[in-house]
Design a protein around this ligand. Structure first.
Ligand code: UN1
Length: 514
């Protein structure tokens, strides 16, 4: 594949200057030192180089951050929810004002193209608006009591400190999904961002502190701690942290989940995906090709919702694959901050090595690989690759594994039951889609014996969900739900109240006692 996009990469010094400007604009006063000075490097996949270094949070500082959040909780939990909403409303305003600054940092740290980086910040603005409305809608139920003169009801109360652990690929949106909802629910937050994206975290922290100052909320409502895995483990093991909401790999979730549960903390896990789309003979192929290319090659294949498997009816497979390969050939690959680029870099060399390894295995399994080669843009430590399409003879063991890179495996089917079985026969259960104009097929896909994923779409791709729905998936994806719908319930505790307004004491279930 010979996609040529003639952007040259910016110099690392140029990228550094953009970071300084963006951080200054959002009001961050964080100290940034040169490479080699401190333990926590801030790099960019655009050139693959270290931009700055920062001091990682020490265990003592992390302890103090959790203590501050726990202290803030003692007043925040009784602050009326609509007043809490005012803080999130202010955060939303600041995000509107600084949308471009934050998107610049997302592009620099995560390598997202500008449009997708702006979209990620828009997702933050959207969740803030949702959460502000929610701050007046934290409804409980009133339930019919079996006893005369009694009333049963549910009340929802804040949980405590929420530990938020996020991944590099959505360095700001996932923090905001958790934080906006947690704050209106009366919780306070301590955030451990990916060690690959410390700069965007500094910017978010500056904005939430400004918002807190502007509305008179304690800064302790939202703290950030930075560093590698050990720093995150402090949240996982701390009994003051009531809920750990973690986004990342299945392996990470397998460690975090049991550790939090062992101390009877709550967990909300949003882990790997291995998302498939079924393309039926009745599908609108023009629409399907556009949706598939965005879902599979967008964000250079580095979303948890990225389309990784295509299950195509054998009657349309050849045509569909050749149209996808042709579309892939025209995708401009290069500097994600340059206009017109559609595919930016992989996050680091390890991601590239994993992609190469998966493609080698695919060939060994009898797969036919289109694309996947590295693009040399003059910087050895940056990893730009052409997205790959692989026609597989079967859904092998390899296809059951999530490789966080732009590889789309294509399998064929003849019968819809077989296609749905292929969709479901992977350990992960995040997102899925069907392309069809046949209502029976669409409904079947969404029925109880259809897709087993948390997201099951019709005639749109697997990625790019709106914040209004609950986001998350089943099986190895972890079962958690974040952002919209009633996902807020995971951030609160429920009390069932039975109120006796009679002067008798009837016992439930007809029990007589004395
Ligand atoms: C993720 O990749 O962790 O649905 C989140 C989407 C985005 C969120 C992805 N709204 O693709």
């Amino acid at each position: 594949m010979t996609t040529m996009h003639t952007t040259t990469l910016p110099t690392t010094d140029d990228v550094r200057a953009r970071v300084r400007d963006a951080l200054r604009a959002v009001g961050s006063t964080a100290e940034l030192a040169g490479p080699g000075e401190y333990g926590l490097p801030a790099s960019t996949p655009i050139t693959g180089e270290v931009l700055f270094t920062m001091a990682a949070t020490t265990p003592e500082q992390a302890d103090a951050a959790i203590a501050e959040a726990a202290q803030a909780f003692t007043t925040w939990r009784t602050t009326p929810a609509p007043v809490r909403g005012a803080l999130v409303a202010r955060l939303g305003e600041l995000l509107v004002e600084h949308k471009a600054d934050l998107a610049t940092l997302v592009t620099i740290e995560a390598g997202k193209i500008t449009s997708e980086a702006l979209g990620e910040v828009q997702e933050m603005i959207d969740i803030c608006q949702f959460a502000v409305g929610l701050s007046r809608q934290l409804y409980g139920k009133t339930i019919a009591s079996e006893r005369p003169g009694h009333r049963l009801m549910e009340t929802w109360h804040p949980l405590g400190v929420v530990g938020v652990i996020t991944a590099f690929n959505f360095p700001v949106a996932v923090w905001s999904w958790n934080t906006a909802i947690a704050l209106v629910c009366g919780d306070t937050v301590v955030w451990k961002p990916s060690e690959l994206t410390p700069l965007t975290a500094l910017a978010c922290q500056a904005l939430i502190e400004r918002a807190a100052d502007d509305v008179g909320a304690p800064r302790g409502v939202s703290r950030v701690i930075q560093g590698d895995r050990e720093v995150g483990e402090l949240l996982v093991d701390d009994p003051r942290v009531a809920l750990v909401s973690a986004t990342g790999s299945v392996r990470m979730g397998q460690q975090v989940g049991p550790r939090v549960m062992a101390r009877f903390g709550k967990v909300l896990l949003e882990l790997g995906g291995n998302n498939a789309a079924i393309v039926t003979p009745s599908a609108d192929l023009d629409l399907a090709v556009r949706a598939i290319v965005f879902s599979a090659a967008g964000t250079a294949g580095q979303r948890c919702t990225t389309l990784r498997r295509l299950i195509v009816h054998s009657s349309v497979a050849d045509e569909l694959v050749s149209r996808i390969v042709a579309a892939y050939r025209s995708l401009p690959i290069g500097d994600p901050s340059a206009e017109g680029t559609l595919v930016g870099p992989l996050i680091h060399e390890t991601a590239y090595r994993e992609m190469v390894g998966a493609l080698e295995q695919a060939r060994a399994d009898g797969g036919e690989v289109f694309g996947g080669e590295r693009h040399d843009l003059g910087d050895e430590s940056a990893f730009y690759v052409a997205p790959a399409v692989v026609r597989m003879p079967a859904q092998t063991e390899l296809v059951h594994t999530e490789t966080f890179a732009p590889i789309l495996y294509v399998m064929t089917y003849d019968d819809l039951d077989e296609a749905i079985a292929l969709n479901n026969t992977v350990p992960q259960g995040l997102s899925s889609a069907i392309f069809t104009t046949d209502i029976r097929e669409a409904e079947r896909f969404m029925a109880a014996d259809g897709s087993d994923c948390g997201i099951a779409n019709v005639n749109i791709g697997t990625s790019g969900a709106e914040i209004g729905g609950a986001f998350g998936g089943e099986k190895h994806t972890g079962g958690g739900r974040e952002s919209g719908s009633d996902a807020w319930k995971a951030y609160m505790r429920r009390a069932t109240n039975t109120i006796n307004y009679s002067s008798d004491l009837p016992l439930a279930q007809g029990v007589h006692f004395g």
